[in-house]
Design a protein around this ligand. Structure first.
Ligand code: G3P
Ligand code: MG
Length: 269
């Protein structure tokens, strides 16, 4: 049985023939992840896209933070979903990384999009549990509503490890660009087409360890774009580019941009 390709959109502009550098959680190698400083540094470095993670506050605001709790990236404790936006905004979201960032606050998605979207594309990763619960559709609905209201559907790629949630997003907003992220345990051994097509997604995201020839061939056959995260050095870049991978995700986007230039110079000479 073949799976019907439900994708209706042309690929997100820029996610096609030319290599694209994506800053993972902003320039998270240099500034606290998912903060306005990390986004500003990534834009200054000249990235094409910034990846960020979203969670929902108790009072239904979409906020930019990776974990479901505030414990790791602030000095507070507890679940993001148990705190109001006002409570979240009081937290220092930068000192855990470096004392110089003590004034950093957890951004709202609106604040992040206002900063990033005029200059770069945005990959919004919806954090969610593995099955769809009410909380998951709530975050999807709230996030899509923000992007739609800001008229940024053409500048945003939604992604998630929860592929059912990506299917839900696509069904409720056919104009959304979506990507499925590979989880080595949940999706063990599966090919990009087996995961992206049922969700109606145009992008398949995996870590550098999960890139294989079979996956690359499968994605190419089904017109699925592969994005790879965890890239750190010239060797990684050369391996990706020589395999035809175009979307390069890194905590150190400056290294990737330089590496890309080197690779292109070397190839042209
Ligand atoms: O999109 C790739 C990557 O962001 C997924 O993992 O944990 O860094 O959000 P994580
Ligand atoms: Mg992420």
């Amino acid at each position: 049985m073949t799976t019907k390709d439900t994708r209706r959109n042309p690929a997100l502009k820029g996610l096609s023939n030319t290599p694209m550098v994506v800053a993972h959680r902003g320039f998270s190698g240099k500034a606290p992840e998912n903060t306005m400083s990390a986004f500003t540094l990534a834009l200054e470095a000249g990235v094409s896209m910034i990846e960020l993670d979203v969670q929902i506050s108790k009072d239904n605001h979409v906020v930019v933070i990776h974990d479901s709790t505030i414990d790791r990236t602030t000095y507070g404790e507890g679940k993001v979903s148990d705190l109001s936006l006002a409570e979240l905004k009081k937290l220092d979201a930068g000192s855990w990384f470096d004392a110089n960032y003590k004034d950093e606050r957890i951004p709202t998605l609106v604040e992040a999009l206002e900063l990033i979207a005029p200059k770069a594309l945005v990959n919004i990763e919806l954090k969610s549990t593995r099955i769809i619960r009410k909380a998951d559709t709530q975050i999807a609905d709230a996030t899509v509503a923000v992007v739609r209201k800001m008229n940024l559907l053409e500048r945003v790629l939604f992604s998630s490890f929860n592929h059912k949630l990506m299917k839900y997003v696509k069904e409720h907003e056919p104009a959304a660009h979506t990507g499925v992220i590979f989880h080595p345990v949940l999706h063990f051994g599966r090919m990009p087409s087996a995961l992206a097509l049922p969700a109606g997604a145009e992008v398949f995201v995996c870590s550098k360890r999960e890139v294989t020839r079979r996956r690359i061939a499968d994605a190419a056959k089904h017109n699925i774009i592969i994005g790879v995260y965890g890239l750190e050095n010239q060797q990684d870049i050369e391996r990706m580019l020589s395999s035809g991978i175009q979307v390069l995700v890194s905590d150190y986007p400056d290294i990737i941009i330089q590496g890309l230039e080197q690779y292109q110079i070397h190839k042209a000479s």
